[in-house]
Design a protein around this ligand. Sequence first.
Ligand code: GLY
Length: 317
Amino acid sequence: MTSDEIRKAYLDFFKGRGHVIVPSESLVPENDPTTLFTGSGMQPMLRYLLGESHPSGKRICDSQKCFRAQDIEEVGDNRHTTFFEMLGNWSLGDYFKKEQISWMFEFLTKVLGLYPGNIYVSVFRGNEKLKLPRDDESVGIWQEVFKEAGIKAKAVDFAEKNGMQGGRIFYYDERKNWWSRTGTPEEMPLGEPGGPDSEMFWDFGDELNIHENSPYKDKLCHINCDCGRFLEIGNNVFMEYLKTESGFSLLPQKNVDFGGGLERMVAAQNNQPDIFKTDVFNDLVSKIRELAGEIEVSAVRVFADHLRAASVCLLSL
Ligand code: GLY
């Protein structure tokens, strides 16, 4: 499928489940001094996640233009960009974990046709000190949907020294499986909403030897390994907490905040480990190669990302 087809399929899928499709907000955030650019689909939704009524209702989806300057040093590998399109769907105090996980699994496996055996997920391990519980509820739902697809999904605690351990669902701590605009629970300012998240990864498979040919070859591979074998394709945030002076309290409503990079979904759907070899970048990469001659792959990717990002930033002014 092409990127246009996947964007349309995603929006149609959620429209069919009662969501209103809204246009992308500006890349330059309005009334939000926290970042120079919109870095996620949830950023323009903040006040609605905090409880204000959204004019389009409680179920919203979109494809949001995003720019993440903090990822700039990572550009050059097979999957990082500064500018990207984030497919997003939100429940603003409506459905929660059960619907979100089941729908995402259905979308990935039935609409995009991804083979369930190559999908892995992560969940929040919990933090006793912060009184934030382990997300066993999401684990149970993931196990159910994998079971329906004929897969027994073992849940394991991630530990670097143990690698995959035959697991399908991995508990990670808040450095990986907690989401807020500003980072981990400790990094959040008072009044900021956040929550545990459950990320989904596509496995390009061991036969490509991606890990073995990477700088991480001497370590055990796992779904969050930086080798590029596993690609994070989406993040289900269960945004139900508010940071307060006395710790975390529950928001007045339980929200879902899903964000998934369109470019990465295209790579997974095409089983192409290099997002710069998908239809999103093909023309640009060919032109760069024509003009620059023989240059390193990572340099081509940097040129492609930065040219695209700079163009979209200029168009947003
Ligand atoms: N808001 C979810 C994400 O950016 O991953």
